[in-house]
Design a binder for this molecule. Structure first.
Ligand code: C2E
Ligand code: MG
Ligand code: MG
Length: 893
């Protein structure tokens, strides 16, 4: 008896035909009905005639092309039609297919008269009423207790219709479907709930077949929509139906059940309508399956039941793992073997066990499984199956496989590869610890189960894919940071090799978005992700936030780190957008940290890489820095600065220094700048660059500036009281990162008043970088300061990228030219800028002073260009305030 006979005997109890189909020759190789051979090598059409005779129906729609299309559509497992039995009664016939190999299918044709669900190819929809109108309509209908049918409709792949053919086509499709619904459901209401989500309700018979007829007509009309477009448009929809009084008596239940049916339709592969069926939508539990198995005993009928269970397990909304575990457990019992495993095969042909079941539960603990390359099995497959009755036969010819299997204690093994859309995605394996003769029937049945599993495994793939999505950055396809931390941590824990963490950041990425738009910005980020993946092919690459990326890679040599950085830069130099090379817009800063092989806290590794990157500052040319211990020391120092700051203020560790401003021509004092120094713990003097940036970034600078301003006012008061003369305006520095400029100025104002210092003796310096970041704010601020009677200077002009017109607009009184522009030589090109700035200031009525003047050549060059004021070491360095007073101010006698 062939396996098909045997399987068919399973079906003997059912009103079903079991057919082995060959899609290459479009014939039915065997067909069995109730245990008897029905036909051999029959063309589809003849087979259909036979089926129609058997089931007493006319199968006119069952033509060859339909069936061919269905067999080749791997998304659709079932084919259901309602047919006329000749005397006007409808009968429902379902075909169910299972793939055997690339050309063969097992097809079961069943009389489904007792089944309460149907499904048919369908298409899309449009909009009408809002949800509120719909709710009211339905609730009224419930009150009136009129029989009605409720439907939930979802256009399949509507987004891709929009994306492929444009929104206009999308709208036309929506309208066309709405039109069909309106015409067919005149006694009802159609509502649009979301973009492509529709609900409808209509009065009339809720008899299953009547509802079915209505939907059948609608779906067929929807099917035709595509043909009205010039383009090859495939529009489809999935509909879920629930019936008042049958599937629920209240609004919520009806909606829920229609949704369940809709969901089931989608899982079935969309393009269908599903009428809710309580039985069908009940979740099948594994316990239920076990119980059924034990209670009903074994035998062929149970093998069939098992196949049905497998379908049901697959269609239940279970976790993927639970589905597989259910199946392996089932197989152990059906085939009476010691172990069943379902493997997933990845693109590198590595097989990973997804689920394994043992007859003896204790076995599982001491049976670890090594992922194996699927190639090992390749030569053993014969006709889609590898069946080894006696593993010891492998000895000599296939020693590696023999060693592996016998080390697992296996004596007999059978396995089938699982393919989906011609791609190997896994394998199903049964093994015994004792000798076992695999009958041809068993083998063939296993092939069949493998075929059924292909869809399951594919679905699980989809779930894995969805899990993948949850851990993936949508834009770049890289793993997100949470997943990165998981992957990196397990890699760090597994290996004692030295690793290297990278932190990448785009400088001023906001500018790219602002100037060129998000499309270009996103394009660059995507390209960059691809580049990182290419260069760090063995590393874990992730996007942390908008323009920040991290990598964990194996460490080779320091040279290799540089090399990879250069490799990234090289790839970047080719980035072009619509034919224009845009690599010049990209500045990347990169920090790297090399572990010693024992560190396994990824956040520390990334922190250190970040620290290395931060050490680069704001760069204008891409660069990288590797973490060194002194960076850590710096960080520690910076943190120490922060913690010690409050005490430092109390202990008067901050000292006021004053640097004179001089008239170059006369050498006379014309002003001064107040600068701070920190006599840290009263031990060593810290220059501002060691603490100002840190205080700025933490916001503590505000307290320092207030403190220094009070020192300044106190000292000026002392000079007044001490009858000193030669008072000149003194400038103070206003730091960036002041969130509340006005509040800050008001505080200064109250201090000035407290010490009774004329406002004309105070100038406020604002650095160019503050100014460029926030033009409108600065303008407002300057206005405010002017009202109080202080003058305002722009500090460090020329060190950044000022916008001259904005500068003019802001109303500065004084421009302080940065030392970087201060040229000595008459032919120095910087003179062009100096000349222009000096002239502009004169025309605008602004004063101009140059800072950082160190040589008399610089001074005379300035004078020649028309700038008379200077500040710099040529005249004096910043002096402790008392030294300054003694040197530059005279006591009245
Ligand atoms: P700044 O306002 O541009 O101050 C001028 C800087 O140039 C001072 O650096 C000064 O010592 C330095 N300098 C003066 N003449 C020369 C010269 O001939 N050659 C060179 N190479 N440098 C010269 P300092 O005192 O180190 O201060 C650095 C910066 O820190 C200041 O730049 C200022 O922005 C900031 N700063 C200093 N003290 C304070 C403070 O108490 N509060 C705030 N908010 N910022 C301060
Ligand atoms: Mg200054
Ligand atoms: Mg300056």
């Amino acid at each position: 008896m062939s396996v098909y006979q045997e399987i068919n005997s399973i079906f003997a109890l059912m009103d079903a035909v079991c057919i082995k189909v060959n899609t290459e020759y479009n014939i039915c190789e065997y067909a069995y009905y109730k245990g008897n051979l029905l036909s051999e090598n029959t063309p589809y059409a003849a087979m259909l005639t036979k089926c129609s005779e058997l089931f007493g129906v006319e199968i006119s729609r069952f033509h060859n092309e339909d069936i061919k299309a269905w067999l080749n559509n791997s998304m659709v497992e079932e084919y259901v039609v309602a047919l006329n039995d000749g005397s006007g009664n409808k009968k429902t016939i379902a075909a169910l297919k299972a793939k055997l190999d690339s050309v063969h299918y097992m097809v079961f044709v069943e009389n489904l008269e007792d089944k309460r669900y149907l499904y048919e190819l369908v298409d899309p929809l449009t909009n009408l009423y809002q949800k509120a109108a719909f709710d009211k309509y339905v609730n009224t209908s419930i009150k009136e207790a009129k029989p009605f049918t409720l439907g939930a409709l979802d256009i399949d792949n509507f987004k891709s219709i929009n994306d492929t053919y444009g929104q206009m086509v999308g709208y036309q499709v929506l309208e066309a479907v709405a039109d069909i619904l309106k015409r067919n459901l005149t006694n009802g209401l159609v509502a649009r709930f979301g973009a492509d989500d529709f609900m409808f309700v209509y009065y009339g018979s809720t008899d299953y077949q009547d509802v079915w007829n209505v939907l059948y007509k609608i779906t067929h009309e929807i099917n035709d929509i595509g043909s009205k477009f010039d383009m090859p448009l495939d529009v489809s929809a999935t509909i879920g139906i629930s019936r008042y009084g049958i599937d629920g008596n209240d609004y919520d239940t009806l909606i829920q059940n229609a949704d369940k049916a809709l969901f089931r339709g989608k899982r079935k592969g969309k393009n269908c309508f599903i009428i809710y069926d309580a039985e069908k939508h009940k979740n099948i539990t594994l316990d239920g399956i076990r119980k059924a198995f034990v209670e009903e005993g074994s035998g062929n009928y149970n093998v069939f039941r098992t196949l049905v269970y497998i379908f049901d397990i697959l269609n239940s909304a279970k976790e993927s793992q639970e589905i597989l575990d259910g199946i392996t457990e089932l197989l152990i019992n059906i085939f009476d073997v010691d172990r069943a495993i379902i493997y997933h095969e990845d693109t590198d042909h590595r097989e990973k066990p997804l689920s394994q079941a043992f007859r003896e539960l204790t076995k599982s603990e001491n049976m670890p499984l090594n992922p194996m390359l699927s190639d090992v099995w390749e030569k053993h497959y014969n006709n889609g199956i590898c069946s080894i009755q006696n593993v010891s036969n492998l000895k000599g010819a296939y020693d590696a496989l023999y060693d592996e299997l016998s080390s697992q204690g296996i004596q007999s093994i059978v396995r089938v590869p699982i393919e989906y859309k011609k791609t190997r995605i896994g394998a199903l394996e049964l093994s015994c610890f004792k000798h076992h003769d695999w009958s041809i029937a068993e083998n063939n049945l296993l092939v069949l189960v493998g075929g059924l599993l292909s869809v399951a495994l594919y679905k699980i793939h989809e779930n894995i894919y969805m899990e993948h999505q949850a851990s993936t950055d949508e834009l770049t396809g890289l793993v997100n940071y949470t997943r990165f931390v998981d992957l990196a941590t397990s890699r760090l824990n597994k290996s004692n090799k030295k690793m290297i963490g990278y932190s990448w950041n785009f400088e001023r990425f906001k500018n790219i978005n602002d100037k060129l738009g998000f499309v270009v910005g996103n394009f660059i980020l995507k390209r960059f992700a691809t580049i990182l993946r290419k260069i760090f092919s063995n590393g874990i690459v992730s996007r942390v936030s908008s323009d920040r990326f991290v990598v964990l890679d194996y460490y080779d040599t320091d040279f290799d780190i540089r090399n990879k950085f250069e490799g990234v830069m090289y790839e970047i130099s080719f980035i072009d957008y619509e034919g224009v090379n845009i690599s010049n817009l990209i500045t990347l800063s990169c920090g790297a940290y090399v572990t010693d092989g024992t560190e396994n806290v990824i956040s520390i590794i990334i922190d250190r890489a970040n620290l290395a990157r931060a050490s680069l500052g704001h760069i204008y040319k891409s660069d990288m820095a590797i973490f060194t211990l002194d960076m850590q020391e710096k960080l520690n120092k910076a943190q120490e600065i922060e913690t010690h700051f409050a005490d430092a203020l109390k202990n008067n560790e901050f000292k006021l220094y004053v640097q004179p401003k001089i008239d170059i021509e006369t050498g006379k004092l014309i002003g001064a700048e107040a600068l701070s120094r920190w006599l840290y713990k009263n031990e060593r003097l810290l220059p501002p660059f060691e603490y100002i940036p840190r205080l700025e970034s933490t916001g503590l600078i505000l307290e320092l500036d207030i403190y220094m301003f009070e020192q300044l006012c106190k000292n000026i008061r002392l000079t007044f009281d001490g009858k000193y003369k030669g008072h000149v305006p003194v400038s103070i520095n206003l730091s960036r990162n002041q969130s509340d400029f006005e509040g800050y100025i008001n505080k200064l104002e109250s201090i000035r008043k407290k010490y009774d210092i004329p406002a004309s003796l105070i100038e406020i310096e604002i650095t160019e970088s503050t100014f460029t970041e926030n033009v409108m704010e600065i303008k407002k601020l300057i206005n405010y300061i002017h009202k109080l009677g202080y003058k305002v200077a722009m500090d460090d002009f020329g060190s950044g990228y000022s916008n001259l017109s904005a500068l003019v607009e802001c109303g500065f009184d004084i421009i302080k030219i940065d030392k970087s522009l201060c040229a000595e030589d008459e032919h120095d090109k910087r003179n062009y800028i100096l000349d222009a700035v000096i002239n502009m200031c004169k025309k605008m009525g602004m004063s101009v002073i140059c800072e950082g003047v160190e040589t008399s050549l610089q001074a005379s060059n300035l004078l020649r260009l028309g700038c008379r004021s200077a500040q710099g070491y040529l005249y004096d360095k910043p002096l402790p305030v008392n030294d300054f007073i003694n040197k530059y101010m005279q006591e009245e006698v």
